[in-house]
Design a protein around this ligand. Structure first.
Ligand code: SAH
Ligand code: DHB
Ligand code: MG
Length: 222
């Protein structure tokens, strides 16, 4: 199996089941034009997030790591009237592109984009007494994933679903001796998911247009 095969299958699946969308296409073009990395979720992954949000009837979604707003648009489009997506982005340049993309999608009143490091903004959300989120998508720097989960738990309720992206790292996740902070972040995440009694979790490996990686899903159970 090769990246070419994964690309062809992703293209086929996305053509059959996802379709093309001028707003999402424009968002990626704007991201490219701004010189931002193409590390957004794939179209079929974006739709997975969207369907998951709808399946659980999510009204409030938290995203950590906005980039150009591609996954944010997928998630925000899943919300009912009055729903809200709060998305956190450290880099003002990324936030500027994301804001324009979100406005173009007609989602400016649904999405609250907060600029700042997530480890600063998450405590602020807790201090503000933010209502619990129904779904949390964690997709920022990987070294801090465990901390993002711990903070998200303070913004969660029983039944909240967390999705964590990029948790396989081309298989490096099994290398306990890795000196890669992202790998160690994911390994600490798995220890947390395994040991925290408030969470029940699984993770799967994925291949596709974004290479070989994986995602974890955790359910808040208490
Ligand atoms: N979820 C996006 C992709 C996010 S890429 C999508 O699928 O469309 C990761 C983003 O997290 C980048 O924009 C990066 O600037 C941001 N990021 C990195 N470290 C961060 C931090 N400490 N706090 C908030 N955002 C961070
Ligand atoms: C990177 C980040 C992501 O969220 C992703 O999906 C792929 C790559 C990165 O930082 O390299
Ligand atoms: Mg990601």
């Amino acid at each position: 199996m090769s990246q070419d095969t994964w690309n062809a299958v992703d293209a086929y699946l996305s053509e059959q089941l996802v379709g093309s969308d001028p707003v999402l296409t424009a968002a990626l073009a704007a991201s490219d034009a701004a010189g931002m990395p193409a590390i957004h979720v794939a179209p079929n992954q974006g739709k997975l997030l969207h369907l998951l949000a709808r399946a659980i009837g999510a009204r409030r979604v938290l995203e950590i790591g906005t980039l150009a707003g591609y996954s944010a648009i997928w998630l925000a489009r899943a919300l009912p009237a009055g729903g809200k997506l709060v998305t956190l982005e450290a880099l003002p340049k990324h936030a500027d592109v994301a804001r324009a993309n979100i406005e173009r999608a007609g989602l400016g009143s649904v999405v609250e984009l907060r600029i700042g490091k997530a480890l600063d903004v998450l405590p602020a959300l807790v201090a503000e007494g933010a209502a619990p989120f129904d779904l949390v998508f964690i997709d920022a720097d990987k070294a801090n994933i465990p901390e993002y989960i711990t903070w998200s738990l303070k913004l969660a309720r029983v039944g909240t679903v967390m999705v964590i992206d990029n948790v396989v790292r081309e298989g490096e996740v099994v290398n306990a001796a890795s000196t890669d902070a992202s790998v160690q972040g994911v390994r600490r995440m798995n220890e947390l998911l395994a040991s925290n009694p408030r969470l029940d979790a699984t993770a799967i490996q994925t291949v596709g247009s974004k290479g070989y990686d994986g995602l974890a899903i955790a359910l808040v159970v208490s």
